[in-house]
Design a binder for this molecule. Structure first.
Ligand code: NI
Length: 214
């Protein structure tokens, strides 16, 4: 391709990245993760009541999160890149922690919640979850149940349909939440966080003595 074409492509890529960065920042601000001034907010109002179904067909709710730390990521199994990368970092971070502090790792449960209930059936979630971690809880539900769970966790998602195609992608927030054994928000990681970052973060945050049933 010509230099001109390349320059145009680079400019377009720059705009797309700037837009993505702004969207993430706005999402974080709306979530209360960062305040309008850019200072960390107090205990953010993230998390709350939900009812979903795990990959074994068991009904699950916020009560299942009490007594253990949770790493929670919202995404979808058809996601071409961001979700698999984030889920890998999340679960590999947990495995890294297990090598240095198995008691801490055992106190953390990884959870994946779909924002694409139309395609992500319990069967699809079961097949997908096994690629990542033996303890990964993969949750789906009716569109209404998923919408409610996403709302209480301040997750944005929207279907994006390509013109002339019946296929669609999901535009969505990509945040890994660490919730405490009381179900409350502790901190979060982004899709830029590596497995190492997450392992180190968990090593600092997790107190196995506070986790009951793990
Ligand atoms: Ni994704």
């Amino acid at each position: 391709m010509s230099i001109k074409t390349r320059l145009v492509l680079i400019a377009v890529l720059g705009l797309v990245l700037a837009g993505a960065g702004f969207t993430l920042w706005s999402t974080l601000q709306r979530s209360g993760i960062v305040s309008q001034q850019g200072e960390p907010a107090g205990r953010a109002l993230i998390g709350g009541a939900f009812t979903l179904t795990d990959q074994n067909g068991e009904r699950r709710s916020e009560a299942d999160l009490v007594g253990t730390y949770s790493l929670i990521y919202f995404g979808y199994t058809y996601c071409p890149d961001v979700c698999p990368t984030s889920l890998s970092a999340m679960t590999q971070g947990l495995d890294l922690l297990a090598e240095s502090a198995p008691d801490k790792a055992a106190a953390v449960r990884p959870i994946f919640i779909t924002i694409d209930p139309e395609r992500d059936t319990t069967e699809a979630m079961a097949a997908y979850a096994q690629h990542f971690h033996p303890r990964l809880m993969a949750l789906t539900g009716t569109p209404e149940e998923v919408a409610l769970a996403a709302k209480v966790y301040r997750i944005y998602y929207q279907k994006v349909t390509e013109q002339g195609s019946s296929d669609y992608l999901m535009d969505h927030s990509s945040i890994i939440y660490l919730m405490g054994p009381d179900g409350g928000y502790l901190t979060h990681y982004t899709h830029a966080s590596t497995a190492d970052d997450i392992a180190k973060g968990l090593a600092e945050q997790v107190d196995p003595a506070l986790a009951a049933g793990s």
